[in-house]
Design a protein around this ligand. Sequence first.
Ligand code: APR
Length: 395
Amino acid sequence: MSDLAQRDTTVAIIGAGPSGLTLANLLRTAGIGCVVLERRSREYVEQRQRAGVLEHRAVRMFEEWGLADRVLRDSRVDGVQEFRVDGEPRFLPIAELAGGRFGRILPQQFLVQRLIGAFLENGGDLRFGCADVALDGLDTDRPAVTYRDGAGAAHRIVADYVAGCDGFHGVSRPAIPEDARTVYTYDHGIGWFTVLADVPPPRHPTFAVSEHGFAAHFPRGPRSSRFYLQCAPGEDLGAWTDERIFEQLRRRIGDPDLPVGAVLEKAVVDMRSFVVDPMSYGRLFLVGDAAHIITPMGGKGMNLALADAEVLARAVRSAVRDGDQRPLRDYSRVCLDRTWSYQEYSRWMTEMLHDSGDPATSGPFRHRIARARLNRLFTSANAGGLFAELMAGEA
Ligand code: APR
């Protein structure tokens, strides 16, 4: 049997979230074979609402790979970030400060639906409802992925490479021997109560800082908003009635006229960070949340996932097309550099926007430091520029 005949595909991709679907589409565009194995149903992944901001780098990526018309269609452009400080609006012109770079607002479920549509229309192989996914032979040149389909039949896919795009709770990361990985974790000691509601979106994405605690208001589609309210980690959801949600939002945002709308979804997120190093082992490459978790502050989780996917797609293309293995060897280092830079950005924002809230929570010294840091964004073009550059996304 020839070398080729012993393999079923070039890349076996585990997981059809933003990272797996982006990788699959880029590989398909490059003419490289891949199979995507997803545990859940298509309906489930297409309805999952999480992130919603694409940074400039991600927009550029979809444009360069010829997917922009399909994926970015009617995504809203916003080049301004509002900070509501003690009820007073202050605007940071992100696009202007970042040299014309800015992101787009595109709810994750639209991104996922469009990536699935594009991949399937291009003849992509995407299998939902895959149970008992397991990896083997990662340190050989014939790694394989096994699973059971919906009818219970067992399958084995032999590939050149395996992409672990299966999120934080997936099976790929644990497939790396413990002594071959270092894990970094950090608990920020803050909770975010997140609410999706039928409330008209704000004029600009808004961060609100006041003695009542941090809040944020972001657009999610033409008629909905995503709100975040600082709370204690692990706070009881039951303590948040709809009445309390809107009373707190009005207070924190400083807008007594904020309309009340139906609450569609609520959850408490504990602000945690996680990074595994390296992001690869043998022929396995971890992508997105499988390798790193970042707090929602700064909106970088989905963008990191997309950035990893592009670095991996380019590296596989170099290996397959040009026989150049170097980019695959560099994959982990390149992705970890960006990951740590964004972890720092997210932590910077977290401290600045929470410590500048209630002095009783942060203490009077940290409160004043955070206020000084926040002020500097508006008084120093360099400080505002750095913030804007990171918000728009590194090149
Ligand atoms: N087998 C197959 N699929 C699996 C398995 C498994 N054992 N475990 C998880 N999956 C699937 C999940 O069902 C999910 O569809 O892998 C996918 C992982 O998707 P995400 O968790 O969204 O991770 P990723 O694609 O890396 O995107 C991460 O996107 O939602 C935003 O900001 C969020 O940071 C996050 C980013």
